[in-house]
Design a protein around this ligand. Structure first.
Ligand SMILES: *Cc1c(COP(=O)(O)O)cnc(C)c1O
Length: 404
C-alpha cells in the first residue's frame, strides 16, 4: 500500500528534505484516492454510533468532532508546517496575531513577564502592552542584538522571550541559539516569529527555540490571498495552545488552510527567487546616489552579516532603504512608482513599497521612532517576483529625479 502521509510513524520525516516535506507531508489520502489535498468544508462530523460519539467527545478515541478544533484540511496544513519547522506539533490559527495571542494566553498568567525585542511587528507591540498588560502580564522591550540587555531585563517572573528576526524594516538579526540559551538558563521559553524567513531559510527550533510563530498571511501563502497563522513546538506546549484555540475559537478556516498547503508546496523556490532579487536590488540601491543607506543583512556592510549567514540560508526579501531628502525624498520615490504597490503588506509575489514612519510605525512617538531607527527618509521595499529590471526602473523614476 502506497502511503501518502509522511507524518505517520513508519515514514520518518527526518530522512526527507525540506522540499519533499513541503510537497508531501501532512496529507492523509481519503477513500476517494484524490491526488490533491481536499478542502473539507464541514462544520461538524458524524459518528457510527452513540458509543463512538461518546468515545470521541471524551477523548478516548481520536477523530474529527467539530471544525473549530478538528478539521482534516487544517490538520494537513498543521502537519506539513510542523514537519518543515522540525517541530512535534503545529496549531493553526485565524491570523498571525491570533497565533501570538493564543500562545501567550496558553502559557502565561497574571504576574508573569515577557521580554521582547523592540522592533517586533506593530500590532504585536500593542497586543503585549495594551491587552496582555490588562491581564497583568508585563513586557519589557530590549534591543534585538544586545544579549546583555536581554539578560538584564529578565526577572524571576519572566516566562517568555519573544523575538522577530530579521527585524522589520532594519533587518537586524537576533542570535537564536544565544537567546535560547539565555531563556533556558532562566527557565523561560524562547518564541521566534519566523514570518520573514519561513522554514525555507531558518528553522528556529533546530537552533534551540521552543516555539515558532507564523503569520501564514505572508510568505506561506505567498500571493496575498488569505489571513492565517500558526504556532509550532513540542507536544506538551502545543497541547496548551490547542486548548486556547479550541475554547476561545481563533481557528483557521479549511479554505485558508488549503491555500497555505498549496503555498507551502512552492515556498522553497519562491523564497530563493525573492531573496535573489532582494540581494541584487540591495546592491543596486546601495550605490545609487539618491540613496543614503540600505539596511539588508545580505550586504557585507550590514553589521550582522556574518550572523545572518550562519543562521539563515538566505537573507529574506525586505529592505529598509534610507532615501536622501528625508520624508519629502522618500515620499517622492514612493509616489513616482507605477508598478510597485503602495501598501504595508509583504510576503507577496507583488513588490510592495511603504513609508514606515507614517504608516506601519506611524503610531510611535518621535522618540520611539528614533529608538527604533525609523528615519523619516526610510522606505521599506518587500521584493516580489516581478522582472527585477522593471522593479529597478520603477524605483529609478523617483531616485534619478532626486539627484537631478
Ligand atoms: C503580519 C505579521 C504579523 C501578524 O500577522 P497577521 O496574519 O496579519 O495577523 C505578525 N508578525 C509579523 C512579523 C508580521 O509580519
Amino acid at each position: 500500500m502506497h502511503e501518502d502521509n509522511l507524518s505517520r510513524a513508519d515514514l520518518s520525516r527526518d530522512e526527507l528534505g525540506l522540499e519533499t516535506l513541503a510537497i508531501r507531508a501532512g496529507h492523509l489520502r481519503g477513500a476517494e484516492q484524490e491526488h490533491g489535498e481536499p478542502i473539507y468544508t464541514t462544520s461538524s462530523f458524524v459518528y457510527g454510533s452513540a458509543a463512538e460519539a461518546a468515545a470521541k467527545f471524551g477523548g478516548d478515541e481520536a477523530g474529527n468532532i467539530y471544525s473549530r478544533f478538528t478539521n482534516p484540511t487544517v490538520r494537513f496544513f498543521e502537519e506539513r508546517l510542523a514537519a518543515m519547522e522540525g517541530g512535534e506539533r503545529c496549531v493553526a490559527t485565524s491570523s498571525g496575531m491570533a497565533a501570538i495571542m493564543s500562545t501567550v494566553l496558553a502559557l502565561l498568567e497574571s504576574g508573569d513577564e515577557i521580554v521582547a525585542s523592540r522592533s517586533i511587528f506593530g500590532s504585536s507591540v500593542s497586543l503585549f502592552t495594551k491587552y496582555f498588560g490588562k491581564l497583568g502580564i508585563t513586557t519589557r522591550f530590549v534591543e534585538l542584538g544586545d544579549l546583555d540587555a536581554w539578560r538584564e531585563a529578565i526577572t524571576p517572573a519572566t516566562k517568555l522571550l519573544f523575538a522577530e528576526t530579521p527585524s522589520n524594516p532594519l533587518s537586524e538579526i537576533g542570535d537564536i541559539a544565544a537567546l535560547a540559551e539565555i531563556a533556558h538558563e532562566h527557565n523561560a521559553w524562547l518564541a521566534i516569529d519566523n514570518c520573514f524567513c519561513t522554514p525555507a531559510l531558518q528553522r528556529p527550533l533546530t537552533l534551540g527555540a521552543d516555539i515558532v510563530i507564523h503569520s501564514a498571511t505572508k510568505y506561506l501563502d505567498g500571493q496575498g490571498r488569505t489571513l492565517g497563522g500558526a504556532v509550532v513546538g513540542s507536544h506538551a506546549l502545543m497541547e496548551e495552545v490547542f486548548g486556547v484555540v479550541r475554547t476561545c475559537g481563533p481557528c483557521l478556516s479549511p479554505f485558508n488552510a488549503w491555500v497555505f498547503l498549496k503555498g507551502l508546496e512552492t515556498l522553497n523556490i519562491r523564497m530563493q527567487a525573492h531573496c535573489a532579487r532582494a540581494l541584487d536590488l540591495a546592491h543596486w540601491l546601495e550605490v545609487h546616489p539618491g540613496v543614503e543607506r540600505v539596511h539588508y543583512s545580505g550586504l557585507e556592510s550590514h553589521p550582522q552579516h556574518a550572523l545572518a549567514k550562519q543562521q539563515q540560508k538566505a537573507f529574506g526579501a525586505v529592505l529598509g532603504v534610507v532615501i536622501k531628502g528625508g520624508r519629502e525624498g522618500a515620499w517622492s520615490v514612493v509616489d513616482a512608482t507605477r508598478i510597485l504597490s503602495i501598501t504595508g503588506n509583504l510576503g507577496d509575489v507583488k513588490t510592495t513599497i511603504t513609508h514606515p514612519a507614517t504608516t506601519t510605525h506611524g503610531r510611535l512617538s518621535d522618540e520611539q521612532k528614533a529608538a527604533a531607527g525609523i528615519e523619516e527618509g526610510m522606505i521599506r521595499i518587500a521584493v516580489g517576483l516581478e522582472d527585477l529590471e522593471d522593479i529597478k526602473r520603477d524605483l529609478a523614476r523617483g531616485l534619478d529625479r532626486l539627484v537631478g
